[in-house]
Design a protein around this ligand. Structure first.
Ligand code: TXA
Ligand code: MG
Length: 345
C-alpha cells in the first residue's frame, strides 16, 4: 500500500484535503492524524473492520481498547450511557484538550473499539485539523497513538511515517504536536474518579473542578504479572528505546551528579538543559529546562526515540518532580525504563 502524505500548512483551512481525508476515514481507511498531544492512528470508530486494521497496523493486542475522538461534548449522549454531571463539568472546562474520560458505552460503540469492555474512552482533541476532519467525517474517530505498539508515541508526521509507511492509507501532517505526551485519562464510572494515566492535563487542574481523584496503582508502579490495570494499555512496557533506561529521581543537581559519576562513552543521557555540558563524552538529549515541565513534555518522546539512531548501550534520564506535568513526564520515562528507578542521594 502506498501511504499518501497530506500536508496541511498553517493557516489551516485546506478544505479539499480535509474532505478527502474524511471521506477516506468514512470508507474504512486508516489515516495518521495530528492532535495536540501525539499523532493518532485514526479510523471510523463505528466500523469494526476499520478498527481491526488499527490493531493490525500497530501490532496491538486486541484487548487494549481505543479512545474515540469527538468534536464536542454534544456527542457524548450518543455514544455514552449514564453520563455523570462531572463529565460535562470537565468537558466544559477542558475540552477541546488533552483529557480523556472513561464512561459507560452505548451499544452503538462496537466491542472491538472498546476492547470488549462495556466502557468507552472519549476525548475531544484541541487541534483544528483533527476537529475539522472528525466533523467532516460525521463519525467518532478511534485513534490510538500512531506508533508501532511498544515504541515511543509519535509527535511529528515524520515519526508516523517511520512506523506506519506502507501500512496505512494516509498521514496528515499538521505540524509538531504542541503538548507532546498523550492525554490524561480519568475514569468516571466509579464513585470516586480515578486517574488511569497521567498526561497533558495536570491532575491538580482536574481536582480543582471535581474534587479528589484516586491515582491508579499502574501510574506509579509496574503492574505485577497477573495484575490487570483498569487502563489495559498501562500494563505494557511502552516507549522503550532499544537500550535499557535507568531513571534517576531526586533533586536535579544530585541526579545530574549521579549520572556524571556513572556515565561511560557508551552511555546516552537525557538531562535538563542546565546540565547538558556536564556530559561532553556522551550523546545527550536535552529534556528542556528543569523549571519548564511543558517543554519537558514536549521533548520526552523525541528524546527517547533519538537514541535508537545511535549505538548507546545504556541510557540515564533525569526525572522531574511529580507536580503538574511532571507526573506525566516522569511516568513516560519510568515506563521506558520498565520502572527501573534509582533515587540520587
Ligand atoms: O492523547 C491521546 O490520548 C492519544 C491521541 C491520539 O488522542 N491517544 C492515545 O491512545 O494515547 P492510546 O490508544 O495509545 O492510549 C489509550 C489508553 C490505553 O492505555 C487504553 O488501555 C486506555 O486508554 N483505554 C481505552 N479505553 C479504555 C476503557 N474503556 N477503559 C480503560 N482504559 C481505556
Ligand atoms: Mg499509545
Amino acid at each position: 500500500m502506498k501511504t499518501k502524505l497530506f500536508s496541511i500548512p498553517q493557516p489551516w483551512g485546506h478544505e479539499q484535503e480535509i474532505l478527502e481525508v474524511a471521506e477516506l476515514l468514512r470508507e474504512g481507511a486508516l489515516v495518521g492524524i495530528p492532535t495536540e498531544t501525539v499523532y493518532g492512528l485514526g479510523a471510523n470508530a463505528l466500523n469494526p473492520d476499520a478498527v481491526r486494521h488499527i490493531y493490525e497496523a500497530k501490532g496491538r493486542p486486541s484487548n487494549n481498547p481505543l479512545i474515540i475522538h469527538v468534536p464536542s461534548a454534544d456527542w457524548l449522549s450518543t455514544y455514552c450511557a449514564d453520563v455523570p454531571e462531572t463529565a460535562y463539568r470537565l468537558a466544559e472546562q477542558f475540552w477541546p484538550g488533552p483529557l480523556t474520560m472513561i464512561l459507560k458505552a452505548k451499544p452503538i460503540v462496537p466491542r472491538r473499539t472498546t476492547g470488549g469492555l462495556d466502557t468507552v474512552a472519549v476525548r475531544c482533541p484541541a487541534h483544528p485539523v483533527a476537529l475539522a476532519i472528525i466533523r467532516a467525517a460525521g463519525v467518532p474517530i478511534a485513534a490510538p497513538s500512531a506508533n508501532t505498539s511498544g515504541r515511543p508515541s509519535c509527535t511529528t508526521a515524520r515519526h508516523v511515517l517511520e512506523d506506519m509507511d506502507g501500512k496505512i492509507e494516509g498521514i496528515v501532517d499538521g505540524g509538531d504536536c504542541s503538548v507532546g505526551v498523550e492525554s490524561t485519562i480519568i475514569d468516571l464510572t466509579e464513585p470516586v474518579p480515578r486517574l488511569l494515566r497521567p498526561g497533558g492535563m495536570p491532575l491538580e487542574a482536574l481536582e480543582q473542578v471535581i474534587g479528589p481523584v484516586t491515582i491508579d496503582k499502574a501510574v506509579t508502579s509496574e503492574p505485577k504479572p497477573g495484575e490487570h490495570p483498569k487502563a489495559p494499555g498501562m500494563a505494557y512496557r511502552h516507549y522503550a528505546p532499544h537500550a535499557p533506561v535507568t531513571v534517576v529521581a531526586g533533586e536535579p543537581e544530585r541526579s545530574a551528579a549521579y549520572i556524571q559519576s556513572r556515565a561511560t562513552p557508551d552511555t546516552g543521557v537525557i538531562c535538563f538543559d542546565e546540565f547538558a555540558d556536564r556530559y561532553p563524552e556522551q550523546i545527550v538529549e536535552k529534556l528542556g529546562s528543569m523549571t519548564d515541565k511543558a517543554a519537558q513534555a514536549h521533548r520526552v518522546f523525541d528524546a527517547l526515540r533519538a537514541f535508537d539512531q545511535t549505538e548507546v548501550k545504556e541510557i540515564y534520564a533525569q526525572c522531574p518532580d511529580p507536580s503538574g506535568l511532571g507526573l506525566a513526564v516522569g511516568n513516560r520515562l519510568k515506563k521506558a525504563a520498565g520502572f527501573h528507578v534509582v533515587e540520587a542521594e
